[in-house]
Design a binder for this molecule. Structure first.
Ligand SMILES: NC(=O)c1ccc[n+]([C@@H]2O[C@H](COP(=O)([O-])OP(=O)(O)OC[C@H]3O[C@@H](n4cnc5c(N)ncnc54)[C@H](O)[C@@H]3O)[C@@H](O)[C@H]2O)c1
Length: 257
């Protein structure tokens, strides 16, 4: 990627995977417009102020059109282009309930952020990327979605999450197909079990499962395992790859006998 084309948006930037992604991207010479629903104060301020002009924080709700527009406008105003979009923001259901008891409210909460928010932010950014000149790899922009192993793995106690991530995987394919001829590459990562705030509430359960051999590599994934994979999908290394799902899960997806 050219020196002058390294401006990224990262959503969910104050969370485990999002923040690791911000750090990786800035380390690789990107500037980042970082968006998260957490307000810019206290811990979040301490996380971002050290980046100086390399990061601009936008507090907003991915589920709201106003916030998405504000994010895009800020990125363009501050850095002039959007060369990379990393859709990381996501939520689990507030309460795990069997699919027979799942509520419409919980379904809407999860789908509005994980799927509808990701879809329409991608749409807004893709339309801006289309106005940009291609770089030396004939690429106008890179989009990387964080889906999940839950896109293809059933957990009946958090069905809304699984459905939302299966939706993200289709969003990846649809935009990859639509935008490949326009020089915009769209790929996704399906993380396995990653140690972040999202999994902290089920740590003991996953500790036990990993100990019992669920993950062939025998350990939790770390946010930086995912951030490094994100970077490989948006730094020009894989400029002839689009519509791809990269599983980063320590081998958990391998069917074993
Ligand atoms: N941790 C895992 O094991 C795992 C596995 C597979 C996929 N994922 C996915 O990775 C992504 C990052 O999750 P994480 O594990 O870092 O969890 P996390 O909870 O640490 O981070 C998620 C971030 O998203 C932000 N967020 C939540 N709702 C938002 C909204 N409406 N608008 C903007 N930001 C919002 C949160 O404030 C938080 O900072 C999510 O999409 C998650 O589904 C995580």
């Amino acid at each position: 990627m050219s020196e002058y084309r390294k401006n990224a948006i990262v959503t969910g930037a104050a969370g485990g995977i999002g923040y690791a992604t911000v750090k990786r991207l800035i380390g690789a010479g990107f500037t980042v417009t970082a968006m998260d629903v957490r307000p810019y104060e206290g811990e979040v301020m301490a996380m971002f102020e050290n980046f100086g002009e390399d990061a601009t924080y936008v507090a907003g709700n991915l589920a709201e059109e106003f916030s998405r527009q504000q994010l895009v406008d800020t990125a363009l105003r501050v850095y002039g282009s959007i060369d990379v979009l990393c859709n990381v923001a996501g939520v689990a259901p507030k309460v795990r309930r069997d699919i027979l008891e799942m509520t419409e409210e919980s379904y809407d909460f999860v789908m509005d952020i994980n799927t509808r928010g990701t879809l329409f932010l991608t749409q807004a950014v893709a339309n801006r990327m289309l106005e940009q000149e291609p770089d030396e790899n004939a690429v106008r922009g890179y989009i990387v979605n964080i889906s999940s192993c839950s896109a293809y793995t059933s957990s009946p106690s958090r069905a809304e999450y699984c459905i939302s991530k299966a939706g993200v995987s289709m969003i990846t394919k649809l935009f990859a197909d639509r935008l490949a001829g326009e020089g915009i590459l769209v790929n996704e990562i399906c993380p396995g079990i990653i140690a972040t705030g999202m999994t902290a509430v089920v740590k003991e359960k996953y500790d036990r499962l990993i100990e019992d051999g669920l993950v062939p590599e025998g350990r939790w994934g770390y946010p930086d395992d995912i951030a490094k994979a994100v970077l490989s999908l948006c730094d020009g290394t894989l400029a002839y790859t689009t519509g791809q799902s990269l599983i980063v899960d320590g081998g958990m997806h391998i069917r074993r006998l």
